[in-house]
Design a protein around this ligand. Structure first.
Ligand SMILES: *Cc1c(COP(=O)(O)O)cnc(C)c1O
Length: 379
């Protein structure tokens, strides 16, 4: 049996006729740019998150970048985020000319270590970007308390956490604003690139509306230097259909995670820890394999099971960020994770047989490898 890492075709099979009708409608209306589907999707997604405003853009990276611009963050400013994230989080900070200031990850939840934030704050710090990594909300109460004390903007990177909950509230409603990505493999994915910002601040939402559309508020009138960063009408039409299924799909992911939690061999692995206040949407199911990740990954591959590493090289050790001046050892928790983490197949349509296959294979491979370990010499 083959178990891919994600299976977008299984999802498409469920929604094929709805998608075809919606795409056909857009094609017939020819409203390809900022058509009705875009504003309808924005309204529906804002309501889903429990916020007032949503503005569609062309990617999650753009959503983060345009938010930073809308808040007036630029050269000379510092923005705090976590070393354990996808590089797009820090790229957005770099694009506006600000400096990414990294802090380590929490050893339990893998999200930003809130105890390390305050010592990273300087007079130049303007904002903090917590990342709801792997689908788990960051420790937002602690973060907003620090931000209030130091007058910082809180921008949630919710690109991996569509629909996740924190103390009864959806991610996207927890900071001043949030960025979502609709990259195809995300929990809510388009059929191409897409992104969106949400906020309760209509002033910020209006700035983003202008920034995504050449800086215009009224056609051919440009108070600011804007960009071409809109969400396509075709993508919005697809996303409207998928949004109706998101809670069901996320619940299926959670149920798969429960199976993994209950049945994977805990002696040789560290399983994900979800904080008490959080409901994860398991964008990824990430285990830690202390001694033999490489061996486990390749024996799973031989058995037709695909896995991933999210992420193998921490941001501060990427050549692209050499100029920040960080070194190995600066963020030990993040570095330790990078050596041990392994993402198992995770998507709503995983069948019970596929789950059995992954669980049996992981447990089997671990047992084989443990028995092959050289026996310690008696003194
Ligand atoms: C996917 C992702 C992004 C970027 O989204 P794109 O739509 O690919 O630009 C940003 N941050 C995190 C944590 C992500 O996973």
């Amino acid at each position: 049996m083959n178990v891919p890492f994600v299976d977008l075709s299984a999802q498409y099979a469920q929604i094929e006729s709805d998608v075809e009708h919606a795409l056909k409608r857009v094609l017939q209306q020819t409203s390809f740019i900022l058509g009705e589907e875009v504003s309808l999707f924005e309204e529906e997604f804002a309501a889903y998150c429990g916020v007032d405003c949503a503005v569609g853009v062309d990617s999650g990276t753009s959503a983060l970048e345009l938010l930073l611009r809308a808040y007036g963050i630029g050269p000379g400013d510092e923005v705090i985020t976590v070393a354990n994230t996808f590089i797009a989080t820090t790229l957005a900070i770099s694009y506006v000319g600000a400096r990414p200031v990294l802090v380590d990850a929490d050893p339990q939840t893998y999200t930003i270590d809130v105890t390390a934030i305050e010592s990273a704050i300087t007079p130049r710090t303007c904002a903090v970007i917590p990342v709801h990594l792997y689908g788990q909300p960051a420790n937002m109460d602690a973060i907003t308390a620090i931000a209030e004390r130091h007058n910082l903007v809180v921008i949630e990177d919710a690109c991996q956490a569509h629909g996740a909950w924190y103390k009864g509230r959806r991610v996207g409603s927890l900071g001043h604003a949030a960025a979502f990505s609709f990259y195809p493999g995300k929990n809510l994915g388009a059929y191409g690139d897409g992104g969106l910002i949400v906020t309760n601040d209509s002033h910020i939402a209006n700035s983003i509306r202008a920034l995504r559309n050449y800086g215009s508020v009224q056609k051919y009138h440009h108070p600011v230097l804007g960009y071409n960063r809109r969400l396509d009408t075709l993508q919005a039409a697809v996303l409207r259909i998928k949004l109706r299924h998101l809670d069901t799909w996320n619940a299926a992911r959670r149920s798969h995670a429960e199976q993994y939690n209950a049945r994977l061999c805990k002696r040789e692995l560290s399983l994900p820890t979800i904080a008490e206040h959080a409901t994860s949407v398991y964008h990824l199911y990430v285990i830690r394999v202390p001694d033999m990740r490489g061996a486990l990954q390749s024996s799973l591959q031989t058995r037709g099971i695909a896995t991933g590493i999210h992420y193998p090289v921490p941001i501060h050790l990427q050549p692209a960020y050499e100029h920040l001046g960080y070194a190995a050892g600066d963020f030990p928790v993040t570095e330790f994770f990078a050596e041990q983490i392994l993402s198992l197949p995770m998507y709503a349509e995983l069948s019970p047989e596929q789950l059995d296959c992954v669980i049996t294979a992981v447990n089997c491979c671990l047992k084989e490898q443990v028995s092959e370990r050289p026996v310690a010499q008696a003194a």
